[in-house]
Write a protein that binds this ligand. Structure first.
Ligand code: KG4
Ligand code: ZN
Length: 339
């Protein structure tokens, strides 16, 4: 089944074609970073309008470069939530209208399920069951995955998501939006050992996280006497080390608690090189495997939605007649694909 995937939940417009026989045929992405940069964060109304502007041309571009005829599309999957409601509605309206016009089925996909399944697009996909660490701008989740749609929540952030903590700390240092990649870049030139940030919630049992204190710790460090911009790289490195170490400690706990020896890391922060290196070392120590999507499929993209949608459409899942988006939607509420 040849499925068109559409991602419009936040500030990237993504489309992709995934075929259950032939795999990923191609994808196209338009990032709104430049549009939102001057505001220091995503402006929801501007995001919706830009998705409207870009979705059509992006699809034409994708059909052109994959040499696929529009009439060959056999199903349409779009991100139904969670995300910005206006942005989601653009993808839902576009996807469902197209499916209706082509006379093919459509289905709404959970954005975090897309992230979680993104490593399946790689050459050596992980087998079920696995532990997924989902780290994005809006979510920090540790999930036990038994199969598609079989998700047990092990832990989550009680306040800021990891990506959010990166973005807010970067903002304190005057780095642009999105702050995560900028902070990671700055940390590369940092000198270790000068600052030490706490590892929140690692001294007590459990798999939940809390990252808002790190941002406050960064603020206090930046405001302390004798700190100049020349120290920012060292502070960025100390912040990143604390985040990475905290995530590693919780991943180790999750692997040991469940006895599952496979770890999957996905979501925008999964693009962070220090995190990838640290979790690779952890997996080696724990005799476990670790899988990541390629860098471009860590952050938001259409390919992960096409893939997750293809699995669900293939299993017979279909939209009903009601139209809408689900801006708040818990991953653990999902079930295995069904009619
Ligand atoms: O998954 P994603 O593209 O969008 C959401 O669903 O939220 O994740 C975006 C988040 C942002 O907070 C961004 O700063 C962070 O991922 N991010 C990074 C890196 N690349 C993206 N954080 C740290 N290091 C990176 N290299
Ligand atoms: Zn995302």
């Amino acid at each position: 089944m040849l499925v068109l995937g559409i991602e419009t939940s936040c500030d990237e417009t993504g489309v992709a074609l995934y075929d259950s026989e032939r795999g990923l045929l191609g994808h196209a992405l338009h990032s709104q970073v430049a549009l939102h940069a001057e505001y220091g964060g995503v402006v929801p109304e501007l995001a919706s309008r830009d998705h409207i502007r870009k979705l059509g041309p992006l699809l034409e571009d994708l059909l052109g470069k994959t040499a696929v005829d529009r009439a060959d599309i056999q199903g349409v999957a779009y991100t139904k939530g969670p995300g910005l409601v206006g942005a989601l509605l653009v993808g839902a309206a576009f996807g469902r209208s197209l499916a209706w016009a082509l006379g093919v089925p459509s289905t709404g996909v959970h954005h975090m399920e897309g992230h979680l399944l993104a490593p399946m697009l790689e050459e050596h996909p992980p087998e079920f069951p696995f532990i997924a660490l989902l780290v994005s701008g809006g979510h920090t989740l540790l999930v036990e995955v038994q199969g598609v749609g079989e998700y047990r929540l092990l832990g989550q952030s009680l306040d800021d998501a990891v990506g959010e903590a990166f973005d807010k700390t970067a903002k304190l240092m005057g780095l642009g939006y999105p702050g995560g990649p900028a902070l990671a870049k700055l940390a590369e030139s940092g000198q270790g050992g000068r600052f030490r940030f706490p590892r929140p919630m690692t001294d007590r049992p459990g798999l939940d996280f809390s990252f808002s204190g790190l941002k406050t710790y960064a603020l206090n460090t930046l405001n302390s006497p004798d700190i100049s911009p020349a120290d920012h790289a060292d502070i960025a490195l100390a912040f990143q080390e604390a985040v990475v170490e905290t995530l590693a400690i919780k991943c180790r706990r999750a692997l040991r608690q469940t006895g599952i020896a496979r770890l999957v890391v996905a979501g925008g922060v999964g693009a962070n090189q220090a995190l990838r290196d640290r979790l690779r070392a952890l997996a080696a120590q724990e005799n476990a495997s670790v899988s990541y999507p390629r860098l471009e499929f860590c952050t938001d993209n259409g390919a992960m939605i096409a893939y997750a949608g293809c699995l669900r459409l293939n299993a017979g899942q279909r939209d009903d007649a009601s139209f809408g988006a689900t801006p708040r939607w818990e991953l653990q509420g999902l079930t295995a694909p069904q009619r």
